[in-house]
Write a protein that binds this ligand. Structure first.
Ligand code: ATP
Length: 881
């Protein structure tokens, strides 16, 4: 994918330069090229406009402030100038006594000169009085929004508030002033003064007073909604702090790609080309293809006889902190959820309209009920339990020196000469050679002369590498889909890609992904972000000291900056007992563990097995919930839950994503083998839809650790430097990882492509700052509890044993119910016997153990193994004895 983008970008640049060697792109692509051009101009224009608005804001701030002190001196000039233009053009046109006074007083006093004096006078005296100060805020908000593409306050809302302030405040001031004799006359402006007089005549003073009070009251009601309990504060993530976006600007500059095209005949590097456009193309693609959001889901099967209670207090922590009534909930909730991708951009799915006149669907009873609940209480907000939670901010991260690649022209020239020379030695002529400078390596892309066979170059791979004599050379012949040959040569002074520079980019900040991971930068120095939810699992390998732990930290940190504790939980396994301990501090925010266990970060193998099995149970439970809700995946499920279409009394709850991170997988496989492999494979196969994702790292990428089963289920793999070609093949099914240079230099394989990336650096102190920051905030009472798993490994046949002593009191009744309906479903038991989901789940497990229902089968109901009630009664008797 990134290759395609690269290709488009490079060809685009060549076109721009009019390079004679580039083939004319096909017509269809032409369209793609032209579109971004419009976008560049557009974004530049918008930025300039933003800057201009900020300028106006500053201008007004100074001019209006100065007006408070200088209005007396300046006013007569503004008043007495015969025309507007004359006032600005020359003071000659002024009446003579005014001219003299002007000279004597040293000219216009306003700190912003004539322009300041004029506009302040027009705004304050002639229009809205002191209320004109609101223009400063308005232009600031508008300018900030346009320049940094960050909304600190909705522009539409600022416009409404500005108008409100302009219309209302002057009236109040004029009204108050009318009781005071020596008031300052510019305070209300002409508008306030005249309108107040007219109101006084029409309504009298008392009437005017009441009207103003009424207007104030209406404004409060309009803004805060008619319930008069406590107003909810707006939740604002600190990610959108202004500093963050200064960083963003900086990162945008950093992003400028550097590319040099050599002409083998002249052997002179052409001038470097600025690459701001490059980024915008990516943005263009991201915007074009990345932001499609599905509309609402289809039918559902909720029992209409049961009503959803207004307060959906379900959820992992069952609403301990949830207020009984939530006015004003709907706006922040849907804002929060839109941010987290649970809702489509366009707003509440429950009230989305279709434009198609010929076809309309009558809402079902449940939908109407859900709509009315949403209308009354707003959307369910899972983050409400920790509504004050503040996301970590970018200042907790380090900037590591300069993040511009420092490859000199000499270095490029020398490498190019070596490449050209070496190839010439083997009789290979080249047409063109092009360099793309990345953070750690520079890619020299060679277009061979017509008639040169690529296989010839491929055969010479080792010779070329030898004569270039540098560690880390990787030859890609041909670069897939491009017909050129790539030679990656390490830079003499590699750049450290700081996590801060990656996270500050617009690409990460605006990433419309479920679980965005900022991995680092690619060969073109562009920020590379992937969605873990789409991967859907990740295998990482690399020899010791090559950057694996840093990679895991980068992954965890990227998620911590984007996901609220209500939306994401980690299960951490760290057999080495050192790497992940820092995350202990965020246990009650982000970690999940088995009930009754002390430590959330698991180091003991036995416990790992139990946890993996517990995750399998969680997966099965979630599948049941999804099935009951009639949806296909966690995103649709949560969307439905948030729109209050799922009844928490039936066990439904908001489902956070769960990311399982295993830091050293080899240790586990050595000690427990199949016991680990089986649940891992099961989770990897099935857990994608229900939001459980696995990240597994290992130092020893041998075939007995990364087995065929594991490999088959982990299409996305990352290789840091490994010691042998065999290891590289084990991980990536291709060589190359043995040629990496270490320190976070890595290859990402996503099934089809292998991409070279420089991992973003997050050092231990940074992780510590982040976990301290999160850890110091209010947390849930406990870590997220995974379902209980009873270890039955001592039991001969491996099947779950039936424990007659501990069977649930409702066991017999549930058994009869299941047999009567011939349907082995947890939700049936729950609904008919009015039990909680967990208890019903336990009972169905007991029924399975007793041989009454079959095993869990994904989306299907379990088989009922007992045909009639007579047979069941016999069985129950036997069990009783
Ligand atoms: N992305 C990176 N950028 C710059 N330097 C890095 C990067 N990743 C790792 N390093 C350097 O390499 C060192 C080792 O990295 P790291 O601890 O991640 O290795 P590791 O593969 O986890 O080793 P081990 O398996 O022994 O724990 C780091 O201390 C750091 O100096």
């Amino acid at each position: 994918m990134s290759d395609t983008e690269n290709r488009l970008r490079n060809e685009f640049k060549n076109r721009a330069k009019g390079s004679r060697k580039v083939k004319a792109p096909r017509k269809k692509r032409n369209k793609l090229f032209r579109l971004p051009e419009i976008k560049f101009r557009h974004t530049r224009f918008v930025k300039i406009l933003g800057l201009f608005c900020l300028l106006i804001s500053v201008f007004l701030l100074i001019a209006l402030t100065s007006y408070l002190f200088t209005w007396k001196q300046d006013q007569s000039y503004v008043f007495d100038s015969p025309t507007f233009w004359k006032f600005f053009r020359d003071s000659e046109a002024l009446p003579s006594e005014l001219k003299e006074r002007l000279l004597a007083e040293g000219g216009i006093q306003n700190w912003m000169g004539k322009l300041g004096a004029f506009f302040s006078h027009q705004l304050v005296y002639n229009s809205f009085g002191l209320a004109s100060f609101v223009f400063i805020a308005f232009f600031f908000i508008l300018g900030y929004r346009l320049l940094f593409a960050v909304s600190i306050f909705s522009v539409r809302r600022s416009l409404v508030y500005t108008l409100g302030v302009l219309l209302y405040i002057p009236l109040v001031i004029a009204f108050v002033n009318s009781f005071i004799n020596n008031s300052i006359h510019y305070a209300e402006g002409v508008y306030g003064y005249q309108t107040n007089i007219w109101l006084n005549i029409t309504l009298g003073k008392a009437g005017t007073g009441f009207l103003l009070l009424f207007a104030a009251f209406s404004a409060v009601v309009f803004i805060f909604n008619p319930s008069f309990s406590l107003f909810r504060r707006r939740r604002k993530t600190e990610l959108t702090q202004p500093e963050a976006f200064n960083e963003e600007e900086e990162a945008e500059n950093i992003l400028l790609e550097e590319e040099i095209v050599f002409d083998p005949i002249e052997l002179n590097p052409r001038e470097r080309e600025k690459g701001a456009e490059t980024k915008t193309i990516n943005d263009f693609f991201a915007e074009k293809f990345g932001r499609k959001n599905k509309a609402r889901d289809g039918g559902e099967s909720m029992d209409s006889s049961e009503s959803i209670p207004p307060e959906t207090t379900a959820g992992m922590h069952r609403g301990e902190n949830m207020p009984p009534d939530r006015p004003e909930n709907s706006r922040p909730a849907d804002q929060v959820l839109r941010e987290s991708g649970v809702l489509p951009e366009s707003g509440n799915p429950a009230v989305q309209k279709t434009n198609d006149p010929a076809f309309s669907i009558e809402a079902t009873e449940e939908e109407k009920l859900a709509d009315s609940l949403v209308h009354e209480h707003g959307l369910y907000d899972p983050t409400l339990d920790l509504q004050d939670f503040r996301f970590p901010h970018l200042d907790l991260l380090e900037t590591y020196g300069s993040s511009r690649p420092s490859v000199t022209a000499e270095e490029l020239e020398a490498n190019k000469n070596k490449i050209v020379g070496t190839l010439a030695n083997y009789g290979i002529d080249i047409d063109k050679i092009k360099a793309t400078i990345g953070p750690t390596v520079t890619l020299y892309e060679i277009v061979p002369s017509p008639g040169v066979r690529i296989s010839k170059i491929r055969n010479l791979e080792d010779d070329i590498a030898l004569s270039l004599a540098a560690l880390g050379i990787r030859i890609i012949a041909p670069i897939p889909g491009r017909g050129t040959i790539g030679i990656e040569v390490p830079n003499q002074h590699p750049e450290i890609v700081s996590m801060r520079s990656v996270m500050a980019t617009e690409k990460y900040q605006n990433a419309n992904m479920e679980l965005p991971i900022a991995l680092g930068k690619n060969i073109s120095n562009e920020v590379y972000i992937v969605d873990l939810a789409k991967m859907p699992h990740l295998l990482m390998a690399g020899a010791t000291g090559q950057g694996k732990s840093v990679g895991i930290n980068a992954l965890l940190v990227s998620l911590l900056y984007k996901k609220h504790p209500a939306q994401l939980k980690f299960v951490m396994v760290d057999p080495k007992k050192v790497e992940l301990t820092l995350y202990r501090k965020i246990e009650r925010h982000y970690l999940a563990k088995l009930p009754g266990e002390g430590e959330a970060i698991i180091t003991d193998t036995r416990l790992v097995i139990n946890t993996l099995n517990s995750l399998c149970i969680e997966m099965d439970n979630r599948y049941e919930l999804l099935k009951d809700a009639g949806v296909r995946n966690i995103k649709e499920y949560n969307k439905k839950f948030v729109s209050r279409k799922l009844n928490p009394n039936e066990g439904h709850r908001f489902l956070p994503y769960i990311v399982l991170v295993i830091d050293e997988f080899a240790d586990l496989m050595m000690t427990a083998g199949k016991e680990i492999e089986t649940p891992i494979a099961r989770l990897a196969q099935l857990a994608r839809a229900i939001g459980i994702h696995l990240v597994i790292a290992t130092q020893r990428p041998s075939v007995n650790i990364i087995t065929g089963t594991i490999k088959a289920n982990f299409p996305a793999r990352i290789a840091f430097r490994v010691t042998s070609k065999i290891d590289s093949r084990t991980i990536l099914d291709a060589g190359g990882a043995d040629q990496l240079i270490g320190r976070g230099d890595m290859l990402l394989s996503t099934g089809s492509d292998v991409i070279r990336l420089q991992c973003a650096l997050v050092d231990t102190p940074e992780v510590e700052h982040i976990t301290d920051y999160i850890g110091s905030q209010r947390a849930y009472p406990t870590a997220y509890e995974l379902p209980e798993y009873v270890d039955e490994s001592g039991d001969g046949n491996g099947a779950k044993a039936f424990d007659s002593e501990n069977r649930d009191q409702m066991f017999d009744e549930a058994a009869r119910l299941v047999v009567r309906h011939q349907q082995g479903s947890t939700s049936l038991i729950q609904r008919k016997l009015k039990l909680g989901y967990n208890r019903a789940g336990r009972i169905i497990d007991q029924l399975e153990a007793a041989g009454i229902v079959g095993p869990f089968e994904g989306s299907k109901a379990r088989d009922v193994l007992i045909q009639d009630e007579y047979a069941l009664e016999q069985l129950l008797n036997d069990l009783g004895n």
